[in-house]
Design a binder for this molecule. Structure first.
Ligand code: MG
Length: 441
């Protein structure tokens, strides 16, 4: 992001102390790449990219060569030949982020956690923190001394401005936006900087010749709603600097995905099923860790001839249990049979996510495929087993306990060489390293 406007906060200047909403946004700089540089000191100061197939995250040294997230690794290597490519270690990154969240919780009454970002609500803390700038500097220093990571902080009247101003102070910076500076910053911003504006929305707006926030303001609320639905209504307010999204203590993602491409296309159904089981298990564990359950699951398969198949089914009742999710995923796979081409990519997505119900009711009208596991007693038993399994994996890594089928996927064990070559997955203590690591939501 270019810097059209750069209001900043210096340790001696603090925002005015009148009580008003004050939101702090923290963002770990070059998250995955920074963790890899910490884990391997030889990578410090080197251009490092984490990812497989495409860049998931890259160090600031790599960014100097024009590299950025989403860029294919082949292209990245051509642009920056000394680039060091590291495969992702998701569970390790999560540990670092968790450490940062713990520090935030000790410091702010309300914290909203994202992958490598946190929003802290400082509204009403004027008396505890009379000089927010000094306190934020202390907070960032504590995060750095505990985790070794640097974070960029943005402070604003609402979450949108806090996040926006932080972007102009990356890396390792601290930015504060006074309310009277908001308008000047907002008007000249490209629309993609507003929250909720993804590539599809950018495309729709670009077709109307709208690129800047200033131009977006010319559209009426009803015109935006007609164009983009509910998102359009929100956008009408965001482009005027209003963002009323409250901070939630716990983030409920829209979906959780796990997927991988294969080094060589796979045609063996057993190998494919084993991978689906492994991915379903990883996704379900993620649900349980956050106290969530999913009400829908979809399976996506990419064939060697570039054709993609995707099928989705409702999970009724919603669940976070491995057996239900695995069985439904495998049933989806069987319902997609019929093509004789090899498989290049397989992915699972859990959606309709909600907080897990403490009591689970059976579904009277469920069919076999809808409800692979409806018996409440069996569910309770599985819940207890999985609690233990999750604890062991939390302590010793996902790879400490694997389903029998997953053994077929590993490199370096005694499975036959041909299969190893085809599947090409390595294992570390955290589990199998997926080629297309799902490091983001
Ligand atoms: Mg970040």
């Amino acid at each position: 992001m270019s810097t059209p406007f750069s209001p900043s906060i210096s340790p001696s200047i603090s925002p005015s102390m009148t009580p008003r909403p004050l939101i702090l946004h923290l963002d770990i700089d070059a998250f995955f790449a920074s963790v890899e540089q910490l884990r391997n000191p030889r990578l410090a100061g080197q251009p490092v990219a984490v990812g497989s197939g495409v860049i998931a995250s890259c160090s600031y040294e790599a960014r100097e060569h024009g590299l950025k997230a989403g860029m294919p690794l082949g292209q990245a290597l051509r642009k920056c030949p000394p680039l060091v490519i590291v495969r992702g270690h998701e569970s390790i990154y999560r540990c670092y982020a968790t450490r940062m969240f713990e520090i935030c919780h000790n410091w702010s009454p309300l914290v909203e956690e994202h992958l490598d970002e946190a929003y802290c609500d400082l509204t009403g803390t004027e008396r505890i923190y009379p000089d927010p700038a000094k306190e934020i500097a202390r907070l960032r220093a504590q995060i750095h001394s505990t985790t070794g990571l640097t974070v960029t902080a943005g402070l604003g009247r609402n979450r949108m401005f806090a996040r926006l101003i932080g972007k102009f102070h990356k890396p390792d910076g601290l930015g504060y936006l006074e309310p009277e500076q908001e308008e000047a910053l907002l008007l000249r911003l490209p629309v993609e900087n507003l929250p909720g504006v993804g590539p599809r929305t950018v495309e729709i707006l670009a077709n109307l010749g709208i690129e800047k926030v200033e131009q977006l303001r010319e559209l009426s609320r009803s015109a935006l709603a007609g164009l983009l639905g509910r998102n359009g209504e929100a956008l009408y307010e965001r482009c005027r600097g209003e963002d009323h999204r409250p901070l939630g203590g716990r983030e409920i993602p829209r979906s959780i995905q796990r997927g991988t491409s294969f080094d060589e296309d796979v045609s063996c159904p057993r190998t494919l099923d084993a991978m689906i089981e492994y991915l379903a298990e990883r996704a379900a564990r993620n649900l349980r860790q956050r106290g969530l359950e999913a009400g829908g699951i979809s399976l996506q398969i990419a064939h060697s001839d570039h054709r993609r198949d995707r099928r989705r089914i409702v999970l009724s009742p919603p669940t976070a249990l491995d057996p239900s999710i695995i069985r439904t995923a495998l049933a989806l796979r069987r319902s997609m049979e019929g093509r004789r081409t090899a498989i290049r990519f397989v992915g699972i997505q859990l959606d309709r996510i909600r907080l897990a119900a403490t009591f689970q009711q059976g579904d009277l009208f469920a069919t076999d495929l809808d409800t692979p596991q409806t018996d409440p007693q069996t569910n309770q038993r599985w819940k207890r087993i999985l609690e233990q399994v999750d604890q062991i994996r939390m302590r010793h890594g996902h790879g400490a306990l694997l389903r029998g089928s997953a053994l077929a996927l590993q490199c370096g064990d005694n499975s036959d060489a041909e299969k190893r070559g085809r599947v090409g997955l390595e294992r570390d203590r955290h589990g199998l390293i997926l080629r297309t690591s799902c490091l983001t939501r």
